[in-house]
Design a protein around this ligand. Structure first.
Ligand SMILES: CCCCCCCC(=O)SCCNC(=O)CCNC(=O)[C@H](O)C(C)(C)COP(=O)(O)OP(=O)(O)OC[C@H]1O[C@@H](n2cnc3c(N)ncnc32)[C@H](O)[C@@H]1OP(=O)(O)O
Length: 244
């Protein structure tokens, strides 16, 4: 599961947060026990799945207008129930000292985010990852095709994760895309790999397309370990260089 980090990654998250200090509270140390996180994640992701289905059903529904209006009233009542207890802001990235991290709001992989497909990214080795998912009606751009911005979003996520490997903090600096052919809605596959590293700069190459077919979109990205997140590798025990 993509949002589950091992102890090394948890250590890196902890380092990241300490390095960030008070400037950017993006990683939240949260001592919720792992079994509670797992339980909550199961229930929340089930709800997000249903909401995702609702989005697809809304786009494609042809029921009469009065039925649409009745469904709207029911959906508004459900939203009001959920709003009885809310976070003050976005979900953020949480981690506990047992090595569990969770990232439920992320736009691509967030299990609690119905806007996300959600993509499950497999890291087969450091610097290499792939993902297979289905992009349905909610991701349409040209008729029947995946929106070009959605392809960019999906690629940015897998490339960012590949650059970071959950061992260091990286941010997208520059993303270059070549749209070679339209990508039909339906099953798609992405692949990404680190193509080079120089100090704080990591170059990642990636592609997205119909599984087993020619590449639809190819991407090259420069991912940067921000100056403020750079640490001494020997002090922190990271497996890769994070030159400051
Ligand atoms: C596991 C998580 C997966 C997440 C996947 C999702 C990825 C994302 O969406 S990240 C969000 C989108 N990206 C951003 O918001 C980044 C915004 N930009 C920034 O924060 C900063 O500009 C940042 C961090 C990229 C660079 O800042 P900083 O570390 O101060 O760089 P700085 O020291 O000035 O420059 C270092 C080198 O990189 C180069 N550089 C800086 N910015 C860029 C850039 N955008 N593109 C290319 N090169 C750049 C500089 O020219 C410099 O090169 P050299 O050493 O040869 O002179």
């Amino acid at each position: 599961m993509v949002c589950t980090a091992g102890p090394a990654a948890s250590g890196a998250l902890s380092v990241m947060r300490e390095t960030l200090g008070m400037t950017m509270e993006m990683f939240i140390h949260d001592e919720t026990p792992t079994d509670e996180v797992d339980r909550r994640e199961k229930v929340l992701s089930g709800l997000a799945d249903s909401v995702r289905d609702l989005v697809d059903a809304t786009i494609r529904s042809t029921v009469p207008d009065d039925e649409l209006a009745a469904v709207r009233a029911e959906v508004a009542a459900l939203a009001a129930r959920l709003r009885r207890q809310q976070l003050p802001g976005p979900a953020g990235v949480h981690y506990n000292s047992e090595g569990r991290s969770w990232n439920w709001g992320n736009a691509v992989v967030g299990l609690g985010n119905a806007v996300a497909p959600p993509v499950e990214i497999v890291h087969d080795a450091f610097g290499s990852a792939y993902a297979e998912m289905t992009l349905g009606a909610a991701y349409e751009g040209p008729p029947g095709m995946v929106h070009g911005g959605v392809s960019a979003l999906m690629l940015d996520q897998i490339m960012g994760e590949t650059a970071s490997g959950f061992k260091r903090l990286t941010m997208t600096g520059t993303l270059t895309l070549r749209y070679r052919r339209p990508l039909p809605l339906g099953p798609v596959r992405m692949d990404a790999r680190i193509a080079g590293e120089e100090g704080r700069k990591i170059t990642v190459e990636a592609r997205i397309g119909v599984p087993g077919e020619d590449t639809a979109v190819e991407a090259t990205g420069l991912f940067l370990i921000p100056r403020w997140a750079s640490v001494d590798e020997t002090e922190q025990g990271w497996s890769r260089s994070a030159e400051g």
